[in-house]
Design a protein around this ligand. Structure first.
Ligand SMILES: [Zn+2]
Length: 253
């Protein structure tokens, strides 16, 4: 069974309900729906509490670093106490566009790492165009990585994968690992027990569906592509990634 370690059901509305209803037929065992704002985190928890096999994360996305208050973070902490909340996320650094503030993003990120540590939860990292800074911040805050973290939509490639693995993180691969121009050569050097798979649905559909609306069942294309690169059986890799997801999101039942 596939476990989608990162999707946004809250951004799919009725389509999200259809995806949930089809999970069994689609060989999808569980979906983790990811919070991005305070409101979205609250909604994610609602979805998770309403449906079996749906889990949530709560957290504030880096783009909102300048407007997030300590009170908001207290609310995130409260939301995280739900039994269905399996991690803090997505949190991190987003150096994309021309309107980002590095310092406040780093500050918000570290504050949320502290929440994860305090509550004994793993965390999900968003990192775009910020690999070096991400590595620096995590290295300086190693003491906060007690329940591991995952690099969502891993895109630093061969450049930094060893460094992130050395910090004890998992690498989570999404549709972009299937794209024609993506370097997949380093995959064989990533320990099998550190590989996770995710859709980031409704975004980032994998080949051959690139450009379309994405959903959890499409993870099979990601697994096939990685298995291909590793010259292993896709079903075996599916099983391994399922076990990895359950180990990482240890609150999952
Ligand atoms: Zn996402």
């Amino acid at each position: 069974m596939i476990i989608d370690t990162h999707a946004h059901l809250t951004m799919m509305n009725d389509d999200g309900v259809r995806v949930i209803n089809n999970m069994k037929d689609d060989n999808v065992g569980a979906i983790v729906t990811i919070g991005t704002t305070l409101e979205d985190s609250r909604e994610s928890v609602e979805w998770a509490e309403k449906y079996d096999n749906i889990y949530a994360t709560v957290g504030i996305y880096p783009d909102f670093s300048l407007t997030t208050t300590d009170e908001d973070l207290e609310t995130i902490k409260d939301l995280a106490k739900s039994e269905k909340v399996v991690a803090i996320g997505e949190i991190g650094l987003n150096y994309y566009g021309d309107d980002y503030d590095k310092e406040s993003q780093k500050e918000l990120f570290v504050k949320q790492l502290k929440i994860a540590d305090e509550l004994g939860l793993p965390f999900c990292i968003h990192c775009r165009n910020a690999g070096e800074d991400m590595y620096e911040v995590l290295s300086e805050n190693k003491h906060l990585i007690n329940h591991s973290g995952l690099m969502h939509c891993y895109s630093e490639g061969a450049k930094l994968y060893k460094e992130f693995l050395d910090l004890g993180l998992y690498l989570s691969f999404s549709g972009n690992i299937t794209y024609k121009k993506t370097d997949r050569s380093y995959l064989k050097d990533v320990p099998l027990d550190k590989i996770l798979v995710e859709t980031d649905a409704p975004y980032l559909a994998p080949e051959p569906l690139r450009g379309r609306k994405n959903e959890s069942k499409n993870i099979k294309y990601i697994i096939e592509k990685i298995a291909d690169e590793l010259e292993m059986d896709a079903q075996e890799l599916e099983k391994i990634t399922e076990e990895n997801a359950k180990r990482f999101y240890f609150k999952m039942k």
